[in-house]
Design a protein around this ligand. Structure first.
Ligand SMILES: Cc1ncc(COP(=O)(O)OP(=O)(O)O)c(N)n1
Ligand SMILES: Cc1ncsc1CCOP(=O)(O)O
Length: 213
């Protein structure tokens, strides 16, 4: 699927920590049906086999809803499940190596915590940048905090779109206005909510006031 910045508008990122009453696939289906514009399958504890099984299932769901699927960190799983792309961080496989492995047509997302990392990611073939944590995050407690000014500088520094991540909720998402982001990537603000459908709807309503076309 060809990448477009609008895909970043409301980017749902999964985490098993929030399953319980609903399974991960039930949560994902609710988020897809409610209107997330991109989905990242982010698994930190699964072995390869279980991750692939899950990725194949989620691939079918995302196809059904016409939402592109990104796999966090694992290029092999992304290729084997036929995902639309991969997201890597600064401690993962280098973006240029990932680009070589996935080819020119799949989507490559790269985490950048400063302008220099963002510029490098762009030069190495990233389609978009993920920057955060913009607000304190209980999902990734070791995430380095970024100010809104740092986020704006990253947005200005590269010609590719930037999505903000970290502690984003319906209550604080409007603070991203004016930073230049193309959207918000959200874990607990979607998957940690009892009513995922309402969370997605409310986040999208707020994001319409934040993201300029
Ligand atoms: C959209 C998006 N942006 C940033 C991240 C963080 O990636 P990374 O730094 O590799 O950390 P982990 O997700 O692996 O914990 C992301 N996943 N998605
Ligand atoms: C993966 C990641 N990278 C920076 S913060 C974060 C976690 C975001 O989760 P939440 O939206 O629940 O704060």
């Amino acid at each position: 699927m060809k990448f477009h910045k609008d895909m970043l508008f409301l980017y749902g990122v999964t985490d098993q920590a929030f399953t319980g009453e609903k399974t991960l696939t039930e949560q994902i289906e609710e988020a897809l049906s409610a209107g997330v514009t991109l989905l990242q399958l982010r698994e930190k504890g699964l072995d390869k086999r279980a991750f692939l099984e899950e990725a194949l299932l989620v691939r079918e769901l995302t196809k059904h809803y016409g939402v592109p699927l990104i796999i966090n960190d694992d290029v092999e799983i992304a290729l084997r499940c036929g995902a639309d792309g991969v997201h890597v961080g600064q401690d993962d496989l280098s973006p240029s190596e990932v680009r070589r492995l996935i080819g020119p047509d799949r989507i490559l997302g790269v985490t950048a915590k400063d302008v220099s990392q963002a510029k490098d990611a762009f030069m190495d073939g990233a389609d978009y940048i993920g920057s955060g944590a913009i607000f304190p995050s209980t999902t990734k407690k070791d995430a380095i905090p970024l100010t809104l000014e740092q986020l704006s500088a990253i947005c200005r520094s590269v010609p590719i779109p930037v999505v903000a991540i970290g502690g984003i909720t319906v209550e604080n998402v409007s603070s991203l206005k004016g930073t230049g982001v193309a959207g918000a990537a959200v874990v607990s603000g979607i998957f940690g909510q009892k009513d995922i459908t309402a969370a997605v709807r409310h986040l999208k309503e707020q994001l319409l006031k934040v993201v300029s076309p």
